[in-house]
Design a protein around this ligand. Structure first.
Ligand code: AMP
Length: 383
C-alpha cells in the first residue's frame, strides 16, 4: 500500500491551502447535471475548513484548449459548492488561471484561526449550546473547541442529541417518520436514512407528487421534480425490500393555480391521488389522507415529523398540516418535530407544549436525520 501523507497529517490552521479538485462536471445550459464529483470532494474541503485553513480550490472543466470559454466557467460549481457547504465559495473570474482576481481573493481571505483564537482567549472552558449551527463548522463552535482544553455541550444541545439521536438510533417502535415540504431533492438523504430506521415512512406535501408521478399517476400541474422520479422509484422498491410501510397521499386537495398572494381565497376540491386533472395542482393532502396519516400516528410509539403536508401558509390549504399536528398532539408517543416550518406550524397552532421535543435547528435536525455527524457536536470532548 502506498504510504502518503494526507490532509490528516498536516497543520492547516491559518494556512493557505490549495486543493486541486476534479470539478469537471457535466453542464447543461449552465446547470450541473451530475454533482457526484462535487459531493465526493466535500470531505477534504470540510476537513480543511474545520481545521481553520484558508481553502483555495482549483479545477479544470471540459477542454478549453488554452482559451477562456465562458461556457466552461467554474462559476456554477462555486455556486453549488456554496449550497453544499453552507458557506460562501467565492469564484475568482480571471482570463488566466492565476490572475489578479484570484490573487486578490486569496489576499482577502479572513484568518479563521485568529478569530477562533480571539474567542478562545476569553475562556477557560467552552460550552456549545447552539444546536441550530451544529451542522456547520465555524470558528465559534469547531474553531474555538479545538483551541481550549475543555469543550462541552450545553443542556439544549444535549436534549437535541438525546431526542433526535434516540429516535433515529434507538426508537421505541413502531417508529413513524413523516416528511413533507416542497421538494424531494432537499430531502434525498433524509428519506433514504429514515427508511432504514423507521417502521413507517409517511410522505406528504409537495414532495409527494414526484412519488405519485413515479407510480405512474397523472399529477397535473403539481410540483414535480422530474429528475428525481427514478430516485423515488428506488425508494419505493427499497421500502418493499426492507418490509417498511411507505405511505403516500391517497387523495389531494387541488386547485387551478398556486394561491397568489399565498394566503388568497382559493377554490379547492379533493380528489383521489390517481384522479388529479391535468390542469390542476395538488396543494394539500386530502381528508382521507389526513385520516390515514393520523391513524398511523395513533399506533406509533415514536414519531418524527419534518415538513408541512401542504401550502399551510394558506388557511384553506393548512388542513392536512393541522390534522397531522393534532394527531401528534393527541398521542402519548414520543413526538419530535424537526425545526423549520413544521416547528413553526406546531407552535402557531398552539400544540407546542404537547410535543415531546421541538428541535431548534432546521438544517441541523435534517442533517441529524440524514445520519450525518454534526461538526459542532463532534468538536466537543468525549466523556
Ligand atoms: P420546505 O422548505 O421544503 O420544508 O417546504 C415548505 C414549503 O413547502 C412551504 O412553504 C409550503 O407552502 C410548501 N408546500 C407544501 N406542500 C406543497 C405543495 N403541494 N405544492 C407546493 N408547495 C408546497
Amino acid at each position: 500500500m502506498l504510504n502518503k501523507k494526507s490532509v490528516d497529517d498536516i497543520q492547516a490552521a491559518g494556512k493557505r491551502v490549495l486543493v486541486r479538485c476534479d470539478f469537471n462536471v457535466p453542464l447543461k445550459d449552465g446547470k450541473i447535471t451530475d454533482e457526484n464529483r462535487l459531493v465526493a470532494a466535500l470531505p477534504t474541503i470540510k476537513k480543511l475548513i474545520a481545521d481553520g485553513a484558508k481553502v483555495i480550490l482549483c479545477s479544470h472543466l471540459g477542454k478549453p484548449k488554452g482559451e477562456p470559454k465562458p461556457e466552461l466557467s467554474l462559476a456554477p460549481v462555486a455556486a453549488r459548492l456554496t449550497e453544499l457547504l453552507g458557506q460562501e465559495v467565492k469564484f475568482a473570474a480571471d482570463a488566466e488561471v492565476v490572475g489578479a482576481n484570484a490573487k486578490a481573493a486569496v489576499e482577502a481571505m479572513k484568518n479563521g484561526e485568529e478569530f477562533s483564537k480571539d474567542l478562545a482567549s476569553l475562556c477557560d472552558i467552552f460550552v456549545n449550546d447552539a444546536f441550530g449551527t451544529a451542522h456547520r463548522a465555524h470558528c465559534s463552535n469547531v474553531g474555538v473547541s479545538s483551541l481550549v482544553d475543555t469543550a462541552v455541550v450545553g443542556y439544549l444541545m444535549q436534549k437535541e442529541i438525546d431526542f433526535l439521536g434516540n429516535a433515529v438510533e434507538n426508537p421505541e417502535r413502531p417508529f413513524v417518520a413523516i416528511l413533507g415540504g416542497a421538494k424531494v431533492a432537499d430531502k434525498l438523504s433524509v428519506i433514504n436514512n429514515l427508511l432504514e430506521k423507521c417502521d413507517t415512512l409517511i410522505i406528504g406535501g409537495g414532495m409527494a407528487y414526484t412519488f405519485l408521478k413515479a407510480k405512474g399517476y397523472e399529477v397535473g400541474e403539481s410540483l414535480v421534480d422530474d429528475e428525481k422520479i427514478d430516485y423515488c422509484k428506488e425508494m419505493m422498491e427499497k421500502a418493499e425490500k426492507l418490509g417498511k410501510k411507505l405511505l403516500l397521499p391517497v387523495d389531494s386537495t387541488i386547485a387551478a393555480a398556486f394561491p397568489s398572494p399565498i394566503d388568497a381565497e382559493i377554490e379547492v376540491e379533493s380528489v383521489p391521488s390517481n384522479a388529479i386533472p391535468a390542469d390542476k395542482m395538488g396543494l394539500d393532502i386530502g381528508p382521507k389522507t389526513a385520516e390515514l396519516f393520523a391513524s398511523e400516528v395513533k399506533s406509533a410509539k415514536t414519531v418524527v415529523w419534518n415538513g408541512p403536508m401542504g401550502v399551510f401558509e394558506n388557511p384553506i390549504l393548512a388542513k392536512g398540516t393541522i390534522a397531522v399536528a393534532k394527531s401528534l398532539a393527541e398521542t402519548d408517543a414520543t413526538t419530535i418535530i424537526g425545526g423549520g416550518d413544521s416547528a413553526a406550524a406546531v407552535n402557531t397552532l398552539g400544540f407546542g407544549d404537547k410535543m415531546s421535543h421541538i428541535s431548534t435547528g432546521g438544517g441541523a435536525s435534517l442533517e441529524f436525520l440524514e445520519g450525518k455527524e454534526l461538526p459542532g457536536v463532534a468538536a466537543a470532548n468525549d466523556k
